[in-house]
Ligand binder design. Structure first.
Ligand code: FAD
Length: 481
């Protein structure tokens, strides 16, 4: 094994593995250290995203969506179905198969690009040296021209609901349940809580989400968030805001949760399982030797500038372990930026245009500024909205709930943000992201030809509606702010 590399990446999640591959494409010698072991005890690449995050959650969201559609969504189309049943272990096996396929795919990509995968733990020493401890406990010291920290994040634990992996679980445990719990509690009604709550609700669980904050989905445009709460509540998700969990008690495989409700009254609820989904925190334990020269910020994230450089020369940090939204694609783009900077290029990613998706049904997605953010910044803006209830493709698909909202600068007409709740929201917001990346105006978007009938026409109409030109809606007056 070589001990000297141009680049050593610590962590093989979507930030680290993308950085490693891009650096190798640019002709650099690269090693990527990963300590994760899968259920079979084997080292696996892909990080949280591929093993216990984005990919497995979407696999179960898709399976549960198909089940719910067969049970509840076909009668309306004149299709009668009986004898439907749900085999949870088979769903979990399918999900595990997808995870193994994708993590194995990263190993193949590493081989193809000449990236050395080292399974074990990495620790940054002074002077761009890395202490590597393999899974048998053997330690060696590697040297690099550049070191990239990409150690990601893990679920936050709260003392009032200690995770035991059986009755009280975190997001990882919620992807492994062997049967549908009759009553499922979820602490936290954020993105992950809503997605995992949706999986088990669709499969038949009674789901109660207890959220300490008073505002539902504060990261989202509140017009969209209000619509989302309405739609999700109708699906049977019992979302309780301003609800502070103060204690939990596990007895005979069930859990009693005590909480203070929004009105201050103490309440108790019993559940078969409780998922704790209150956010994620950066992983930096045993990562930095005291003289490594790398600083953490007040939230425990590795401190970096806008090119992801840390305080220590030649040491970079990317992904969930640094500031910014904890999203796989944000980390991947940082990985590309850092690899290219190491290779001498001047790449700078655009932090203003990072799409964000919640994979509920319907999807909720956003890019750029929300109306609340624009109000707060004082930037003059115009709004255009278009409901899916007036979109032909959505009605044909039985997906008429929700809307598209486009925000544009009041004077320049430049698109500043786009929020969608509705069918294919993730794909529509990506179209808006491409438009924003090129500095498109709402008028430009409105002048483009969109295929008919498509969900995308709702984006077209919302862009037209910014300047009062929407065709398929009665209210054509521009709303200027
Ligand atoms: P990670 O993916 O966490 O990878 C870091 C890796 O570093 C880990 O494999 C870890 O084992 C390794 N590591 C840590 N310390 C060391 C060390 N000292 N030595 C060696 N290795 C080390 N994001 C989205 O964009 N879209 C989604 O739909 C989405 N869904 C999600 C659903 C769930 C249930 C969860 C939990 C997360 C989801 N996320 C989603 C978030 C996404 O998974 C993370 O933002 C992303 O994985 C972060 O990438 P990363 O490379 O920074 O870190």
């Amino acid at each position: 094994m070589s001990t000297t590399y141009d680049v050593i990446v610590i962590g093989a999640g979507p930030a680290g593995y993308v950085c490693a591959i891009r650096a190798a494409q640019l002709g650099l010698s690269v090693a990527c250290i990963e300590r994760y072991r899968n259920a079979e005890g084997q080292g696996a690449l892909g990080g949280t995203c591929l093993n216990v995050g984005c990919v497995p959650s979407k696999a179960l969201l898709d399976s549960s969506h198909k089940y719910a559609e067969v049970v509840h969504g076909l009668g309306h189309h004149g299709i009668a179905v009986s004898g439907v049943s749900c085999d949870v272990p088979a769903m979990i096996r399918r999900k595990n198969g997808i995870v193994n396929q994708l993590t194995g795919g990263i190993a193949t990509l590493f081989k193809a690009n000449g990236v050395t995968a080292l399974f074990g733990s990495g620790r940054l020493l002074a002077g761009r040296k890395v202490e590597f401890t393999d899974h048998d406990g053997k330690t060696s010291v590697l040297e690099a021209g550049h070191v990239v920290l990409a150690t990601g994040s893990r679920p936050i634990d709260i003392p009032v609901a200690p995770v035991d992996g059986k009755t009280i679980i975190n997001s990882t445990g919620a992807l492994e349940l062997e049967a549908v719990p009759k009553r499922l509690g979820v602490i936290g009604a954020g993105v992950i809580g809503l997605e995992l709550g949706s999986v088990w609700r669709r499969l038949g669980a009674e789901v109660v989400l207890m959220e300490a904050m008073d505002v539902f989905l504060p990261i989202m445009d509140q017009q969209i968030a209000r619509e989302a709460r309405k739609v999700l509540t109708k699906q049977g998700l019992d979302i309780r805001m301003g609800c502070r969990v103060t204690a939990t008690e596990v007895r005979r495989g069930k859990v009693t949760v005590t909480y203070l409700a929004a009105d201050g009254a103490e309440q108790q609820e019993g559940f078969d399982k409780l998922i704790v989904c209150v956010g994620r925190r950066p992983v930096t334990d045993n990562l930095l030797a005291p003289d490594s020269g790398v600083n953490l910020d007040e939230r425990g994230l590795v401190f970096v500038d806008d090119t992801c450089a840390t305080n220590a020369p030649g040491v970079w940090a990317i992904g969930d372990v640094v500031r910014g939204p904890m999203l796989a694609h944000k980390g991947s783009e940082e990985g590309v930026m850092v690899a290219e900077r190491i290779a001498g290029q001047q790449t700078q990613m655009n932090y203003a245009v990072i799409p964000n998706v919640i994979y509920t049904e319907p999807e909720i997605a956003a890019v750029g500024s929300t109306e609340e953010q624009l109000k707060q910044s004082g930037e003059p803006y115009k709004v255009g909205t278009f409901p899916f209830a007036a979109n032909a493709r959505a009605l044909a698909a039985d997906a008429g709930a929700g809307m598209v909202k486009v925000l544009a600068h009041a004077e320049t007409d430049r698109v500043l943000g786009c929020q969608v709740i509705g069918p294919a929201a993730a794909e529509l917001v990506q179209q808006a992201a491409i438009a924003m990346e090129f500095g498109t105006s709402a008028e430009d978007l409105g002048m483009m030809v969109f295929a008919h009938p498509t969900f995308s026409e709702a984006l077209h109409e919302a862009a037209l509606s910014v300047n009062g030109h929407a065709i398929h809606t009665a209210s054509r007056r521009a709303r200027k702010k």
